[in-house]
Design a protein around this ligand. Structure first.
Ligand code: AMP
Length: 579
């Protein structure tokens, strides 16, 4: 496939307001592609050159791209900057400046190769090499291609396609319907690599997908926890449970493969560079290959206290990692193992996996086993919960002892119990910002009045509204958030957003905000959980608690299914007695 053909399809995807259309167009692209094009194509449409967990970056930021555009099209840099300010999108800017091209378009594979060479350029003079490489690539493509090429390089596709849309498109391309989605999803949960899945499906069909197994070096999607309102409900539903402290840090998946250690975040990005002390500790594990799951948290060796989540994540900035590691070193509490020396351990019972964790993780100051106690008593569980809260932890996670590790699933194998604020919702909700209202008076000065917020419907790959947010931020907080909103503004409602509200400005779903509310109530206007003529759900008295952008993608926001469950739980008698 020529790159120009892909770009024309990306244009169609950008223009549509319908999710079904998105799937249809993308499935056409898959159908028209040759086997060796599937991987590059899949990564490029995600604004990547490789799967998310591989830390391959093109390494050309906004300013360098501006220089490349100026060089490629013989325009003064100031003009590019000015146009970009007007357009608010560097892709559009490139498209406007690009002359009509009559050259033959390079292929998708060639573009991917050339971008990969640019990414690989390192050492002295590498910036110049990257610039030259990109300038020449821009010179070889037409204007619509230039737009998408620039967006790919920035990693901002503005298409609104999430993983479920890509999986649906593959299923449609092969079968004409969604029937392959479950098997595709299962393979994705084990491998986290959409490109690999596309190629495998085309090369060796469903049987090939079944053979894609968990392996060290490739993150699997983490098992997630469900909620229940109180210890009584947990014991009633799960019977005997294993109970662990719930640490408020960052989820880490630690992989060791021979001498190589990699660490991945909850959303599967590589964090290996960020945690040198965890890498050291994992290198010392007496095992050839292993995948461990745990929670990393920074602690202050002097006060022997854990450092709050916000500070733990401050390490994301590349500078000062060593300094951070000295001042607030990381500890990882390991609570699971999914793979060891060539064997997939995910089908094993948790009890057995935890025994292996204890065997592998000889206590050190850095890698520790998360303590596990077993009980079938609601009283004991309540005591554990209160005890952990009083020690400054978030709460506990109760685990079904005979459960397998279900990659990517949120179910009752794990249940989280947190501090309970007397009768109110037991947990915060993670919402995605979908739009904003300009507001009046002081608020207008900050640039944003109320925010329109939504949750995620994973089945439909759609964001649905649940609330307007107007409280919880300081003046400075509002100013800061508005600055971030500006770059996410889009002219029309994104295809994946389903809303009856029309805010003053729509946003590309990207920012996740943690919200506390008093209650979930039925709502005739909000689309979260709306069915045919049944009402949706809304939040009562919502207030912003924190901006959780560091570790959550929009698709990691609270799901409609969770909201429905929280709504049901609210009505159960006896809620809110713990904590
Ligand atoms: P939440 O993010 O509120 O859905 O809670 C689940 C998260 O709690 C997991 O993704 C982990 O990052 C974190 N966590 C902390 N301690 C534990 C533990 N002992 N077992 C499982 N997850 C834990």
């Amino acid at each position: 496939m020529k790159f120009t053909e892909l770009a024309a399809n990306l244009d169609k995807m950008e223009a549509t307001r319908s999710r079904n259309e998105l799937v249809r167009i993308l499935s056409d692209v898959y159908r028209a592609s040759a086997a060796d094009e599937l991987e590059p194509l899949t990564y490029l449409i995600q604004g990547r050159l490789a799967p998310f967990f591989e830390p391959v970056e093109i390494g050309l930021g906004q300013m360098l791209l501006i220089t490349a555009i100026a060089m490629a099209y013989g325009a003064p840099k100031e003009e590019v900057i000015k146009l970009n300010r007007q357009a608010g999108d560097l892709g559009l800017t490139a498209q406007r400046l690009a002359p009509a091209s009559h050259r033959e378009s390079p292929s998708v594979v060639e573009v991917h190769q050339r971008l990969s060479q640019i990414a690989a350029a390192g050492g002295a003079g590498s910036m110049q090499k990257k610039l030259d490489g990109f300038t020449s690539l821009l010179g070889d493509v037409d204007s619509v291609s230039a737009k998408h090429l620039v967006r790919m390089t920035l990693g901002k596709m503005r298409l609104g396609i999430g993983d479920p849309t890509v999986l649906d498109a593959m299923s449609f391309a092969k079968r004409g319907d969604r029937s392959l989605r479950p098997i595709l999803e299962a393979a994705y949960n084990r491998t986290s690599d959409l490109g690999l899945i596309a190629r495998t499906l085309w090369d060796s069909a469903e049987a090939g997908l079944e053979k894609l197994k968990v392996r060290a070096g490739h993150p699997l999607r983490p098992q997630l926890a469900e909620r229940l309102p109180n210890p009584e409900a947990v014991i009633k539903k799960l019977g005997t449970v294993g109970v662990q402290p719930k640490y408020d840090g960052l989820r880490v998946q630690i992989h060791k493969e021979g001498g190589k250690v990699s660490i991945f975040s909850r959303n599967l990005e590589s964090m290996t560079e960020m945690f040198p002390e965890l890498v050291d500790a994992a290198s010392g594990l007496k095992v050839q290959s292993v995948i461990l799951d745990g929670e990393a948290i920074a602690y202050n060796p002097e006060s022997e206290e854990y450092v709050p989540f916000q500070e733990t994540t401050a390490r994301r900035r590349k500078e000062g990692i060593q300094e951070f590691a000295a001042r607030a070193p990381m500890r990882a509490f390991v609570f699971d193992v999914m793979f060891r020396d060539g064997s997939d351990l995910t089908p094993m019972h948790y009890e057995q996996r935890f025994e292996i964790v204890k065997e592998l993780v000889r206590e050190s100051d850095t890698l520790m086993t998360a303590p596990l106690m077993t009980t079938d008593s609601a009283d004991v569980l309540t005591r554990e919960l209160l005890d952990n809260i009083s020690r400054g932890l978030e709460g506990v996670v109760a685990k079904r002892l005979d459960s397998p590790y279900q990659a990517g699933a949120r179910n009752f194998n794990w249940v989280k119990l947190k501090r309970n604020t007397s009768g109110q919702l037991t947990d915060t909700i993670d919402v995605v910002l979908l739009g904003y209202y300009r507001g009046k008076g002081k608020r207008a000065e900050f640039g944003a009045g109320a925010l329109l917020a939504g949750v995620y419907d994973g089945d439909k790959d759609e964001f649905v509204t649940i609330s307007k947010l107007g409280t919880g931020l300081s003046d400075q907080g509002w100013r800061a958030i508005h600055q971030r909103l500006a770059s996410l503004e889009v002219a029309e409602k994104p295809a994946r957003v389903n809303s009856t509200f029309v805010p003053d400005a729509w946003l590309e779903p990207a920012i996740v905000v943690e919200v506390l509310a008093d209650e979930i109530t039925p709502s005739p206007r909000h689309t979260a959980g709306m069915t045919g003529d049944g009402p949706g759900f809304a939040l009562r008295f919502p207030r912003i608690v924190s901006l959780r952008t560091a570790d959550k993608k929009p698709e990691d926001a609270t799901s409609v299914r969770e909201i429905r469950e929280m709504f049901e739980q609210q009505r159960q008698p006896g809620r809110g007695r713990s904590g």
